[in-house]
Ligand binder design. Structure first.
Ligand SMILES: [Zn+2]
Length: 139
């Protein structure tokens, strides 16, 4: 009557926690909707100064500020001007690069319009400088 309970392979699979992936997913959520530039529609590629408009695809670089703890976009480029991947981590700062589209945000109250990130995809993350990695530092 009470046969041995068979182990269901579907139910015994361990939850696989991928820390890195979780971080990226969170970061993409955080970056979505972040304004590009100074709350303006006047946006240019940092290299060729081509105008970036609503719907354009761009690559942005974002840095995490310590105080207050938030992400701020520092640079952005059109698809033709994306430089080589970041290789110089800055102390106490985390930098991420992501590709995305830009969209216009409108504030009906203030009649203010600006561009923000839409559907960001993180392509690279540079962790804070590692202290015990002094051999590569020349100072
Ligand atoms: Zn450009």
């Amino acid at each position: 009557m009470m046969g041995p309970r068979e182990t269901d392979p579907d139910r015994t699979s361990n939850c696989e926690h991928s820390g890195a992936h979780a971080v990226i997913a969170t970061l993409e959520q955080v970056l979505a909707g972040v304004p590009v530039g100074e709350h303006t529609l006047e946006l240019q590629c940092k290299k060729c100064t081509r105008k970036i408009r609503d719907g354009d695809e761009i690559t942005v670089e974002a840095s995490r500020m310590a105080e207050p703890l938030r992400w701020q976009l520092t640079r952005w480029w059109c698809p033709d001007c994306v430089p080589a991947p970041i290789n110089s981590p800055t102390p106490e700062e985390r930098t991420a690069r992501c590709s995305c589209r830009v969209a216009t945000i409108s504030d009906g109250k203030t009649q203010h319009h600006w561009l923000c990130l839409l559907e960001p995809t993180v392509t690279a993350i540079v962790p804070p400088q590692v202290r015990h990695h002094h051999d590569s530092l020349s100072r």
